[in-house]
Design a binder for this molecule. Structure first.
Ligand code: PEP
Ligand code: MG
Length: 902
């Protein structure tokens, strides 16, 4: 039975059998080829081998049962449809074998073109092409080269070298200078190279070529560059790739043929219109590889108006069908247009917002869908600073603004050097003539990428946009000399290590470091750019989508702010309160001395005197913050870190004291301080005398803070304002701790509040696992919980917050133990489970218990979705993250509503 099922398992789909929703199974390329086929667009016939077949192959090292037979059956059908047989000596069918995973991984995996050519069918191909021998032999040498390199690991340089040799012998520098005889000779040379490296002749049997090429595509899923790319893009490692076997069409049959890439809108700015590149008399990958300079797609109208008009009509059709920006690859074979690929196109962050807004205007999508189509990571990118340009900075070159942003750094000319210098903390700009998949590590390490060749669709541009990395491509005034590690432009030479600046929005390149200024989007959030008055389409789109997110979100968004300035900025950014005001910074600077007095106090009187001096200072801090927040809730956390953090470091102090003693100076005070530091020294301070434990050990410390907070609130109310304080106790693990602090605090509050009408809530952080697990008890003594997910992660995993990221997280990420640091994005299964339990048990004990989060995760997009799903009331994050959290909270609400109605 099981064996029968395996035999029957369907591993191969004809294009007519699939559709765009089958990406898991057919990969993005296969699913969309099927969709276009079904829409009646001119797609060369073919079939797709599923990702399941790939996974089975990768698991066992051999093709699953039944696959070979299914390929044979589909190949036969293809041959019937095309009226040609694979590798037929007289009239051969040729196919391309193309990878295509669920998520696009540009250039990361393999493709083999012209499969089916051999010593005999090359003659038939020439006849098919009207006696074009040159074309036939050129196609054959391309097959041996691609097949040798990708399927059999023959070093690519050897083929390159032989090609150069042939050109040299002919006295030409251009491939087109080689005639049919030269190419025939080159095929012989290539075959020798192939035999030398593989120990066998180039396979003449077409089906063997096909099977080996399919295998190579399967295996390319695990090629190192693909693995690196997946890690960077957070694409799961176990998806596998599909393989598309497609009847070849040729863009290199002469001037009436060509190949190109098109976007239905500008993927960089989102502007409406037709964008793309066209290359006459060229085959598939030449455009993307940036090998020859392309012409703008608009030129095609002049070159071949019929195909151009046809292409435009298909593009309009696809946009309407996908209701989104599409990108397209096409080939024209002797005046006949073929659609080779489409997909919902990658775009910059700015284009994502602008296009979402346009599609709403065009009635193709609603605002909920627009909100769904943008994300917090994109918004965060739009908040990056821009270059501040005045007359001192003249660009030295201008290329294509391929991926926006502003980046300055030292010029480097190789991926390895980029990685090396970035590892030493340097900012670098990777400069290349063009990039290829081997440059991936360097691109990840660099702040920006600059190339002298290639357009918006070059490898550099596509990959940089995907990563959100600044990129200028095709700055062709640059003469890049990679071996000598320098480029020249406008008579000037830039050597490795010289600082340059690149603007990925305008495409301009500057020498030296250009200063930066806030982006338009930040100006909008700051309130200095009126979204109704500006004609900047990006600001208008951001405003519109943010407004909708605010209407839709259930989660409130607060901010973590310790100063009035931060509080005011966060309010402008849309914060609805302060979720965490850490009070410890208020003990730093010139107040350190007061804390020292507190720590060194030997009597109650001395301690009270020290606290008495701190009280008015703290009160003044809180008055300013309450004023800035003007009646919005403000959660003030009582002091949390171990007190010795306010004292000088032990080693330093010990040396200073010893030196001073040696000199015979009076060191009584320093000695006392040193004794205190020694007394308070802890092996594990993060797990030591901090948080509520401090409050219980040092009499009067928390009381002073509670008094300062309450007095500040009363002051603001008495001057006509309003204040909404929430006092938060850190590091609670047992309800008894909280009860003790609470009963003392309540007395002070009652005394200070008097008839002012001020209401003060008392709550706790939930950041110790025990607190999460006893939340039902703790809720009896707390009016609110705020999850301190930094400590909850630290104590949940047993990971020292300050040490582990540098020490070993890289290895954990490499091994896939986690896909992202749990300090960055909440570990939903473990730490998140503690949050869920505490939320449920806390609310069960005290309905209406207010729940929030104030750890770093409060501003992380994925975590915001999780906090929405567990029913928290608010997230709190740093001021610059507030817009991101607002947007993601809106998206989370829309997505939940969408899945409820499904
Ligand atoms: C936390 O632990 O998540 C938290 C917000 O507190 P802190 O980072 O100050 O320890
Ligand atoms: Mg904490």
């Amino acid at each position: 039975m099981a064996a029968q099922e395996m035999v029957d398992h369907k591993y191969v789909y004809d294009f007519a059998e699939g559709n765009k929703d089958l990406k898991d199974l057919l990969g993005g390329k296969g699913a969309n080829l099927a969709e276009m086929t079904n829409l009646g667009l001119p797609v060369p016939p073919g079939f797709t081998i599923t990702t399941e077949a790939c996974k089975a192959y990768l698991a066992t090292g051999q093709e699953p049962d039944g696959l070979a037979g299914q390929i044979a059956a589909h190949l036969e059908a293809l041959e019937r449809e095309m009226g040609r047989r694979l590798g037929d000596p007289d009239d051969p069918l040729l196919v391309s074998v193309r990878s295509g995973a669920k998520f696009s991984m540009p250039g990361m995996m393999e493709t083999v073109l012209n499969v089916g050519l051999n010593d005999r069918s090359v003659v038939g191909l020439s006849a098919q092409a009207g006696g074009n021998d040159r074309f036939a032999w050129d196609s054959y040498r391309r097959l041996i080269q691609m097949f040798g390199k990708t399927v059999c690991d023959v070093p690519g340089e050897e083929f390159e070298h032989a090609l150069d040799e042939a050109k040299r012998a002919k006295g030409t520098t251009d491939d087109l200078g080689l005639d049919a005889d030269d190419l025939r000779g080159l095929v012989d040379a290539y075959k020798k190279i192939f035999a030398k490296h593989t120990g066998r002749e180039f396979p003449q049997e077409p089906r063997e070529q096909l099977d080996l090429a399919i295998r190579a595509v399967f295996e390319s899923w695990n090629a190192e560059r693909a693995v690196v790319y997946r890690r960077q893009e957070r694409i799961p490692a176990d998806l596998g790739t599909a393989v598309n076997v497609v009847a070849m069409v040729f863009g290199n049959l002469g001037p009436d043929s060509g190949t190109g890439v098109a976007f239905t809108r500008d993927p960089s700015s989102g502007a409406q219109g037709i964008y793309g590149d066209y290359l006459a008399n060229a085959q598939g990958e030449d455009v993307v590889a940036g090998i020859r300079n392309t012409v703008p797609l608009q030129e095609l109208e002049r070159i071949d108006k019929t195909s151009y008009d046809e292409l435009l009509s298909y593009m309009a059709r696809l946009e309407e069908h996908y209701k989104d920006l599409c990108d397209i690859e096409f080939t024209i074979e002797r005046g006949k247009l073929w659609m080779l690929q489409t997909r919902v196109g990658k775009r910059t962050a700015a284009a994502a917002f602008v296009i979402a807004g346009q599609l709403v205007d065009e009635g193709l999508i609603d605002l909920d869908e627009a909100l769904h189509r943008v994300n917090g990571a994109q918004l965060a990118q739009l908040m990056f600073p821009r270059f501040r340009l005045d007359h001192e900075f003249e660009p030295v070159a201008k290329g294509v603004g391929a991926s926006p942003g502003a980046a300055s750094g030292k010029a480097v000319f190789s991926s390895d050097r980029a990685v090396e210098l970035a590892g030493q903390g340097e900012s670098v700009i990777l400069v290349r003539r063009e990039t290829n998949p081997d440059d991936l590590n360097g691109m990840i390490a660099a702040k920006g990428i600059l190339t002298s060749r290639g357009g918006k669709t070059s490898h550099a541009a596509v990959v940089a946009r995907g990563m959100g990395k600044t990129c200028v491509s095709g700055a062709d005034e640059l003469d890049v000399n990679v071996p000598q590690r320098r480029f020249t432009v406008a008579g000037q030479t830039v050597n490795e290590g010289d600082v340059i600046s690149v603007d990925g929005t305008t495409g301009k390149v500057y020498l030296g470091e250009v200063p930066v200024m806030p982006s338009e989007v930040v100006q909008y959030f700051e309130g200095t750019l009126d979204p109704e008055a500006t004609d900047d389409p990006l600001v208008r789109a951001v405003h519109r989508i943010m407004t909708h997110a605010d209407q839709r979100r259930r989660l409130a968004v607060r901010t973590n702010a310790d100063t009035a300035e931060d509080a005011a900025r966060a309010r402008r950014f849309g914060a609805g309160g302060i979720g965490l005001c850490r009070t410890e910074h208020m003990f730093l600077g010139d107040r350190r001395e007061l804390v020292e007095r507190l720590i060194l106090a030997r009597t109650d009187d001395e301690r009270e005197a020290a606290l008495g001096t701190l009280l008015p200072l703290q009160r003044a801090d809180f008055v300013e913050i309450f004023r800035a927040m003007d009646g919005l809730p403000v959660t003030v956390r009582l002091i949390d870190p171990p007190l010795h953090e306010f004292l000088p470091p032990l080693e330093q102090l010990a040396v200073d004291v010893a030196v001073a003693q040696e000199r015979g100076e009076d060191v009584a005070k320093e000695e006392a301080l040193l004794a205190a530091v020694r007394r308070m020294h802890e092996e594990n301070p993060m797990l030591g005398l901090r948080g509520v434990r401090l409050g219980l050990v040092i009499p009067g410390l928390f009381a002073m803070q509670v008094r300062a907070i309450t007095e500040a609130a009363v002051t603001v109310v008495r001057e006509g304002g309003s204040a909404c304080p929430e006092i938060m106790v850190p590091l609670v693990g047992a309800v008894q701790e909280l009860e003790t602090v609470r009963s003392e605090a309540e007395k002070i509050i009652a005394e200070v509040v008097g008839d002012s009408g001020v209401e003060v809530l008392i709550g706790t952080m939930i950041e110790v696992p025990r607190a999460a697990l006893t939340a039902g008890q703790i809720a009896e003594a707390a009016e609110f919980f705020s999850f301190g997910t930094n400590d909850l992660t630290q104590m949940g995993w047993g990971f020292s917050r300050d040490d582990v990221e540098a020490a070993f997280f890289w290895r954990y990420l490499e091994l896939g133990i986690f896909g992202i640091s749990p300090f960055e994005s909440i570990d939903t299964e473990g730490v998140g489970r503690l949050v869920r339990i505490a939320a449920e048990e806390g609310r069960a004990a005290r309905p209406g218990l207010k729940l929030g989060v104030c750890g770093e995760h409060g501003g992380d997009p994925d975590s915001v979705h999780f906090f929405h799903s567990v029913g928290l009331d608010y997230v709190s994050c740093s001021p610059f993250r507030v817009p991101v959290a607002r947007l993601e909270a809106g998206r989370a609400a829309v997505e939940t509503a969408g899945s409820d109605s499904r």
